[in-house]
Design a protein around this ligand. Structure first.
Ligand SMILES: Cc1cn([C@H]2C[C@H](O)[C@@H](COP(=O)(O)OP(=O)(O)OP(=O)(O)O)O2)c(=O)[nH]c1=O
Length: 191
């Protein structure tokens, strides 16, 4: 059995390392991440994780893990911003409000599939022009859902969360540990 991390995200690799799970292979999934018209954030996020895990090539006995993190502002899905202007628009939309961060995890071994998703709530402070411009100048918004990363400089903008910190960063570890154990992967480097 090999363990395949189906993710190009360095965060997910690091988070797995925290529980002693080191992938034998890393294969980034290549799927169309466009939401279907009218699709709500949570079903969208679940569908993305499922499509990613189906798209990653693996042998019948291999365990594959994929995840998707989606930022939801009400019914609106805030994806990865295309440029700094879109990241700024996302930040202003979240300023002084709560939003949800959903991470769905899918684990596959042959024909079997294990799935979980975790919804966290994040409050962003009322932002000033200096804060938005200063954060954008760090470049940290790139490649991140909603245009921010709580684990980096944007931590200064987030006074309160409810839910799973690791889920917000990209892989909820408690739930992921449960899925991996069910699929036969050993944690903490134990054999
Ligand atoms: C909200 C938030 C998101 N993110 C990141 C996690 C994910 O990498 C990214 C959301 O994009 P995803 O589509 O979930 O993942 P990805 O494209 O980075 O990688 P892959 O599909 O290959 O697994 O946003 C943070 O790092 N911190 C945060 O606070």
């Amino acid at each position: 059995m090999a363990f395949v991390l189906g993710s190009g995200s360095p965060r997910r690799k690091e988070l797995l390392g925290q529980i002693g799970v080191v992938p034998d292979h890393i294969r980034a999934p290549d799927i169309d991440e466009t939401p279907v018209a009218g699709e709500l954030p949570r079903p969208y996020c679940q569908r993305m994780a499922r499509e990613k895990v189906a798209a990653v090539q693996a042998d019948a006995d291999d365990v594959v893990l994929c995840a998707d993190t989606t930022v939801a502002l009400g019914r609106r899905i805030l994806g990865k911003p295309a440029d700094a202007a879109e990241a700024a628009a996302f930040l202003w939309a979240m300023s002084g409000r709560r939003h949800r961060v959903i991470t769905a995890v899918a684990v596959r071994r042959g024909e079997r599939l294990w799935e979980r998703d975790v919804v966290s709530i994040v409050r962003m402070k009322v932002l000033s022009n200096d804060e938005v411009n200063g954060y954008l100048a760090t470049g940290d918004w790139q490649g991140k859902a909603g245009g921010y990363g709580i684990q980096g400089p944007a931590g200064a903008l987030i006074p309160w969360i409810s839910g799973s910190f690791t889920g917000i960063v990209g892989l909820p570890l408690a739930e992921t540990a449960g899925l991996l154990t069910a699929a036969g992967v050993t944690l903490w480097g134990n054999t």
